[in-house]
Write a new protein. Sequence first.
Lengths: 454, 153
Amino acid sequence: VIRPLVGLAAVNCLLVLLGVLVLWLAGPWQRLGWWQRVPLAALTGMATWACVAPPLLYAGLSPTPYVLLLLLAVSAIAAFVVRRRWPYGPQERQPAGGGLIAAACALPIAALVTAGAAYRPLRDFDAFTDWTFKAKMLAGHGGRLLGAFDERAFAGVPLRHTAAQVYPIGLPALEALAFRAMGGTNTRIIHVQLVLILLAFGAMAWVVLRPFVDPWLLGAAEITGILSWSLQQQTLTAYADVPLACFWVASALALGRWLARGDRTWLVLGALFAAAAAAVKQEGTAYALVLFAGAAVYLLAVHERARLVALGVAGGAVIVSIVPWRIWVAVHGITNPDIDPSPSRMANQPGAATHAVARMVDELLSRHWNGVVPIAVVAAIIAIARRRQGRLAVSYLVLLAGILGMIVLIYWNTTRPPTTLIDLTAHRLVVTPYLLSVALLPLLLQAALSRPRR
Amino acid sequence: VLVIGIALQRRGGPGLAVAVVLIPAAFALPGVIHRDTHELHADRKLTDLQAQLAVPGALKPLRNIHLALGARRLIPAGAEYRWILGGRFTHGGFEKRHARYLNTTDWLEQFLAPRVPVDGVADWGIVLDATPASLGITPRQAWRFGRDWVIRL
């Protein structure tokens, strides 16, 4: 047990280092305090690997720590050159503190979930037949630098019965890196990597939101968030839904900070996290579309059209990031057997949409999600009624409706019996709206329940 | 939760908001801790081999564990193999045959990864529910595991 855990810890330290270099390159590094940099670097490093590794794999490289070291060297050179030519702006002075106390409070439950992850067998169907299977294929082929991506495995017989062939390989690339660092395909300890993504997301949300919200409230919301039984179970399945939700909500938070403060470094991070969401699951592309369209509508509504260009460039970068994967899928003639968008299909199965809405609402009201989404919605409505943080509250409601609408649209275009697919998967697709609500809950409650200013 | 809320509110903090957030967590905490620890204890009891042989609920338990372990020992990682079907995999209606085939091969393909199953020519074969001789195959080497075989072609 010790050898793989040490390998996993070591490779995640390298990923944090990658995140540090990306933050240095993108700009937030120098603008944040020391205690804010490293927590933000963890998720940034994982997101960078999830984005960059698939094209490298298609190009013939392997998902190994050696390739990660090469990537670190390239990032360091790029950051040095860019920052020498364009120095940083002034450091932001912003409220901080409370992070260690919140981390200490969350530690027991995080440790329990991590221990559970380290012993859990690979017994969940999609991880067994898709995500971790692909990671095993990547880790088991090729050498230290080249040759891991084997087309016989990804476009051939093994995945022929499932939609798995069409899914992007950001998560398998991250798991394969962990397998290589662990020295073998340990299918129990690999679950810890998924828990680390969730914890890194919690740290990232803390860094982004702390300047705007009381630390007690932020800490309470994050602890309530991780205490959801359903979230823990979804994390431990080793499916891509939790990484997708973490990267997408991280992108929403970074874009929100850019919209609120105008610091472009956060726009860069928002684009990176959106690209990572698109790299781990194909719904990520649709979710990124919702996010960037929402940001564009926001800028139009507040009459800041000049910033649309920067937003468009960031959105374009996200689209460019999925091009290698889409080309590979198109070249191999792979289609999704489960989802095929078509107006006639939607007209023929209107019941799929209503059933999807009913199942999503059922799921979000379930006690296993701790009532976070209903509380956040009520808080947003109260905030709007009290005219406090109205833009934030409206943005949350629009984004929540947008993401739920996109999920319903996906279900509406299913080629399978609709109720079967919806009933099988609704509990995991709600992870994204749930984490969005967890992240924004403290801001919304602060706005809804704060005392009037004198 | 209420004590924390009142204390924070008196200090001018967001006590009510913290209480609103923590009340669902307080209700969830005992159940979550109980289920987490119960699952952890159950999973800790499994040996590594038992954990590797765990089967997702949607798949039926594999009939021939020795075949799985033997094939993984014999076929080199990264090598190609193909399925060769006999017996019950060739009898009955298409749906039944297909279901039997998927229930067996899907599980084994995941278990044997990174070995790659192919449809065409391969150096290795896994013969299900038949002998190589009964199917007219003369392998270079063959290993028997109950009613199934691993063969080198």
